[in-house]
Write a protein that binds this ligand. Structure first.
Ligand code: IVH
Length: 674
């Protein structure tokens, strides 16, 4: 039994510590000396250690991080996280304002805009239930992101429990995680002193810190947060403007930037842009522009969205920083799938917070189109042909270029195999497959990478040696390496060899999703691998699935399905898989996802027209959560067409094929069926 006096003391400590956190990290106005704060913190830690029942989910002691995760899980946002359209010129801002006024049918007068900096960090979503922080996720593709709750808990500027009152039952707060410039400098100094890798800029440092499976590492990184909007729960805020939304968020304990304002019309927007442009360098955080949002929420609703961006907001970006340098050479890199990419090696130049030494030229057509040549002067990669080095031509009075136009080699520079470039594709590929050492090295690197089999210590240089000495041909060979062989390699001591062997051994215990991802199937990224694992459950089922069966998996379309089938049909790939299993690679078997009722399992729906209350993305999310799949076009495999107002050709097609047509009400009925 817990003494209620102890409980009270713990509750008081929690509230007190969070009050000081808020003062320090949100208001930037510390209220007590560090030593006193530390004392309170340690007292709470000690109490919780003695009486584990005191550990509440909003305890500030959770801010020191939790044991590492094996992988991130993916989460579906309650309301999709949108992106913003960009404007670079005043004319584009004027066009935006004109569209806004047209959309709200405002013939005369000017629109009020809530304006704020465009933070150069990472977008995240924080979910609160009954005022308690329960989940945090990255933006991901906008519909689903990665759950990073434990990492976000370590950010002191993020409230674990909301202040004030009147919060909706479920609230999603959207904002940006970032690292202040001064903190970034301090972090890099520390990294340098420890002999560890420095970060290129605050954004990369913030991203690298947030995407740690071990939140104790995140806890040691000086991250902060600014809120800029609300997802789920926005409808139940009792406010009429964007500005009031921000005030409510501040009252609930969220940091909001002091740089925000409400301005009127184009003149107000352009003045703000100029003002922030001047102050950009002296702001404590990096920004890459400013954001303009129609202030009145009723107008935001009326304006709505086009594809993934709101019509009521725009990002006015600062011009990209530029620097001039020279092309030293153009090399060809051979990727994991044989894709040959020309890369310009540049005279190193510092621009936009990073030192640029290479610029990928994407593909041969691009190089030709831009006509980049060795010796050219470039603005990062925009070619300046007027400065091309020239020499006297055959005709005495004419000059000709010193260097010829770039041409891809006709054989792979790495393995001598033929190069193939289908007429309808921009990318040339080496046909060597895993015979090509470059492709093999990339495949191994991918296999061992952190999000795949996570073999720590198997870096580029080592892979290079293992492949070049013929010790490793396929990923399965990794599991045959022994201590003597490894210790005999260059720059490899006995201790590192032991560590590597241990890491290889540990990687045998994996997950089905990681295994699929590690295989390096073309078009199968991490998210797709996870979807496949979740929906098929076992390797046997994956191997047995044909293209139609694969397309039953949400988000898997014909291209991915074809890649998976082609990969698994290849005997060579099958024998690598067999060898990996024989070597002891395994994962917990799970049944295909069965959580919750899935009334639309196996059904394909097509959305058309404007539904009365559901936005397109919302309808899609609901259907997928119920196990259904949303397709882009109507075919005889479509089960239902959900039609709203102004439904067009898809509705006609449905009628022609005799596919059932339903409205939003009927869709909602289907979703709740059991
Ligand atoms: S509002 C519906 N406000 O910009 C509007 N976004 O392209 C949603 N961003 O990755 C965004 N600062 O993380 C908004 N003050 C700000 C922002 C901001 C940075 C980022 C956001 C997203 C991107 C949108």
């Amino acid at each position: 039994m817990l003494d209620s006096a102890i409980e009270q003391r713990a509750a008081w400590l929690r509230a007190e510590i969070e009050r000081h956190n808020h003062a320090y990290y949100v208001l930037d106005a510390p209220t007590i000396p560090d030593a006193e704060y530390d004392r309170l913190f340690r007292e709470l830690q000690a109490l919780e250690a003695e009486f584990p029942a005191l550990r509440t989910p909003d305890s500030p002691t959770l801010r020191v991080g939790a044991p590492p995760l094996k992988e991130f899980t993916s989460v579906t946002h309650g309301v999709p996280m949108l992106s913003l359209n960009n404007a670079f010129e005043e004319a584009e801002v004027r066009a935006f304002d004109a569209r806004v006024r047209e959309g709200i049918e405002l013939a005369n007068g000017e629109v009020d805009y809530a304006v704020e900096p465009k933070f150069d960090g990472l977008a995240i979503s924080l979910t609160y239930r009954h005022g308690l922080f329960v989940r945090g996720a990255t933006r991901g593709d906008g519909a689903t992101g990665e759950e990073v709750t434990a990492n976000l808990r370590t950010i002191r500027a993020i409230p674990l429990r909301l202040a004030g009152e009147g919060w909706p039952e479920t609230l999603e707060v959207r904002g940006e995680v970032l690292m202040l410039k001064a903190e970034f400098e301090r972090l890099n100094t520390r990294q340098r002193e420890k002999g560890e890798k420095e970060f290129a800029n605050p954004r990369n440092a913030a991203a690298g810190s947030l995407r740690q499976l071990d939140s104790r590492i995140t806890a040691g990184r000086p991250l902060t947060f600014f809120a800029y909007g609300v997802g789920l729960g926005a409808g139940s805020l009792k406010v009429a403007t964007q500005d009031e939304v921000m005030q409510v968020l501040a009252a609930w304990g969220f940091p909001v930037t002091a740089e925000r304002r409400v301005v009127r019309g184009i003149a107000g927007l352009m003045d703000y842009f100029a003002e922030i442009g001047v102050r950009r360098k002296s702001l404590p955080f990096d920004i890459d522009g400013v954001v303009y949002k129609v202030n009145r929420l009723a107008w935001q609703d009326q304006l709505g969205f086009v594809s993934r961006a709101p019509r009521w907001a725009v990002a006015h970006k600062f011009p990209a920083e530029e620097a001039i340098t020279q092309v030293l050479s153009i090399d060809v890199q051979v990727g994991r799938t044989g894709a040959m990419t020309p890369v310009a090696r540049l005279q190193p130049v510092f621009v936009g917070g990073v030192t640029v030494t290479n610029a990928t030229l994407h593909n041969e057509d691009e190089v030709r189109r831009k006509d980049v040549r060795v010796g050219d002067t470039v603005i990062v990669v925009a070619v300046m042909p007027e400065q091309r080095p020239m020499r006297p031509g055959r005709d005495l009075f004419e000059l000709e270029p010193l260097h010829p136009p770039f041409a891809l080699p006709t054989v792979c520079p790495e393995c001598g195999s033929a190069v193939e470039k289908p007429a309808d594709e921009a990318i040339a590929r080496c046909t060597g497959g895993l015979y090509c050492p470059a492709q093999r090295k990339q495949a191994l690197w991918h296999f061992a990478s952190r999000r795949a089999m996570d073999i720590e210590g198997l870096g580029d240089k080592l892979i290079e040696q293992l492949v070049d000495t013929g010790l490793v041909h396929s990923p399965a060979d990794l599991y045959r390496l022994d201590l003597a062989t490894l210790a005999g390699l260059e720059r490899m001591g006995e201790k590192s060899a032991q560590n590597l062997l241990a890491a290889i051994e540990a990687s045998k215990k994996s997950s089905f999703a990681r295994f699929i991802y590690a295989l390096g199937i073309r078009n199968v990224g991490e998210t797709t691998a996870r979807d496949l694992a979740r929906h098929l459950g076992t390797l046997d089922k994956l191997i047995a699935a044909d293209e139609a069966a694969l397309q039953e998996v949400p988000e898997v379309g014909p291209v991915v399905a074809a890649s998976v089938v082609a990969f698994l049909k290849e005997p060579h790939n099958r024998s690598v898989i067999d060898a990996l299993l024989a070597a002891g690679v395994h994962w917990p078997e799970s049944e295909p996802e069965a959580a919750g009722p899935r009334p639309l399992a196996g059904k394909t729906l097509v959305l058309t027209g404007t539904l009365p209350t559901l936005k397109r993305d919302e309808a899609k999310a609901l259907i997928e959560a119920a196990g259904g799949k949303v397709a882009g076009s109507v075919s005889k495999n479509t089960d239902y067409v959900v039609a709203g107002e102004e439904a067009g050709s898809k509705l006609e097609k449905a009628q022609e094929l005799g596919v059932a047509v339903i409205d939003e009400g009927q869709l909602r009925a289907l979703l709740t069926e059991n």
